[in-house]
Design a protein around this ligand. Structure first.
Ligand SMILES: [Zn+2]
Length: 70
């Protein structure tokens, strides 16, 4: 994924970053490591690609529990 403009404010300063991301799910905070995402320094918007979302979901035990009951 390559983003050159912020989807919220249109800034060209949006940067690709990599690191741990805290994710809240059902009132609990989980941290997923090695997430690649884009963050806009102007408005603070964060953009996650599909792989990043999958990693954040897999870091959450509650998400696994929700999936296994189906
Ligand atoms: Zn922005």
């Amino acid at each position: 994924m390559n983003i050159s403009h912020c989807p919220s404010c249109g800034s060209e300063k949006i940067k690709k970053l990599r690191g741990p991301v805290s994710h809240e799910f059902e009132g609990k905070v989980y941290t997923a490591r090695g997430i690649t995402y884009h963050q806009c320094p102007d408005c603070g918007e964060r953009v996650y690609d599909g792989e990043a979302v999958e990693k954040m979901q897999s870091a959450s035990p509650a998400f696994h529990k929700a999936m296994s009951t189906r």
